[in-house]
Design a protein around this ligand. Structure first.
Ligand code: X2X
Length: 333
């Protein structure tokens, strides 16, 4: 089934048409899975990268993209990229943290205040710290992280204005221990679900709320099953473009350079896409019926502090990692 779906995605990739029909199968035929709809900038730019890689490698490296959870949910794709069943995956910080706990450090609640801070940290010491931890579990993380965005809360019930509105709220969060801990500390009743299950869980009211960056709410059409959106900016989240370590090392150095340049370059352009989208996405979602409200982060941050959230997670991440984060964003505890 997934093969058929993947083939229907090929014209976008331009991969098939770039080679004469008589061309041999590529020397390195790799699979890349992700959890996002085709319209998301991550998929648009990944197709661009795959085409660049095929062209510059003269057909030696052929990356086929399986978007939108065609190969299974986040947890499945994470285990496939570890085993080598697929060679590439783009888990969010929250998701890869189930395997590499320190990878969630950029997702500590209300740590980052703007994109200036984010990219300085993720292209600098915070990112380097995480990438070396990823390396230790046999995966390779490309240098430039891709953007998911600042996460916002939506609900079908009522607007969330202060931390008090979160009491017992049935909210979906990703499969992420940090997210569960944070929403419990805020007084909510969080449930972990893979992204592939979010739309139907909201539609059938298994949960009333969810939290995601606005571009995701737009491309996954979550506005159809949610009424209110609170601009909380509570977590900055990105996607690590990762490769199976053995598959990565199998590539000769010249091909590694071609692949890394294409993926990192596409990642930088994807960041710009999200930045542009951020200027227009709110009015688009408003026109589709989603009602927005601003939120002051102070009551949320105070609640997290008094629940001991920052202290606990400083302990879990360790002083070294926490120190690197605080160098980037200022004191949190
Ligand atoms: O599952 C989500 O909410 C998403 C799409 O943001 C992630 O991949 C973490």
């Amino acid at each position: 089934r997934s093969m058929l779906k993947a083939m229907s995605a090929l014209p976008l990739a331009g991969v098939a048409s770039a080679l004469p029909l008589t061309a041999r199968a590529a020397e390195f035929s790799y699979k890349y899975g992700n959890n996002l709809p085709l319209a998301h900038p991550l998929n648009v730019r990944a197709h661009e990268a795959a085409k660049e890689i095929l062209d510059k490698s003269k057909g030696r490296v052929d990356i086929k993209i399986f978007p939108n959870n065609q190969l299974g949910g986040d947890t499945d794709m994470l285990s496939q990229v570890r085993s080598g069943g697929i060679q590439f995956f783009t888990p969010s910080s929250l998701v890869i943290a189930t395997l590499v706990p320190v990878a969630a450090i950029n997702a500590v609640g209300f740590a980052f205040s703007d994109y200036g801070q984010v990219w300085k940290a993720m292209d600098g010491k915070v990112g380097a710290y995480i990438r070396s931890a990823v390396d230790k579990v046999g995966l390779y993380a490309f240098e430039k992280m891709w953007d998911n965005g600042f996460r916002q809360m939506t609900s079908s019930k009522a607007p969330i204005k202060t931390d008090a509105d979160m009491a017992d709220l049935k909210i979906r969060v990703p499969v992420s221990p940090l997210s569960i801990a944070m929403f419990k500390a805020l007084g909510a009743a969080p449930t972990s679900l893979q992204f592939s299950e979010v739309y139907s869980a909201l539609q059938t009211k298994i949960v009333d709320a969810q939290e995601n960056p606005l571009p995701i709410i737009q491309v996954a059409k979550l506005y159809e099953v949610q009424k209110y959106c609170s601009l909380t900016n509570h977590i900055w989240d990105g996607f690590w473009f990762i490769a199976n370590g053995r598959a990565w090392k199998r590539l000769p150095a010249d091909l590694q350079t071609i692949v890394a340049d294409a993926i990192n370059g596409a990642g930088l352009r994807q960041r710009e896409d999200i930045k542009k989208l951020n200027d227009s996405v709110q009015s688009d979602l408003q026109s589709k019926g989603l009602q927005f409200n601003q939120v002051s982060a102070d009551s949320f941050r105070a609640k997290l502090r008094s629940a001991g959230f920052y202290k606990t997670w400083k302990g879990r991440f360790g002083d070294a990692a926490w120190g690197v984060l605080e160098q980037a964003v200022g004191k949190l505890v």
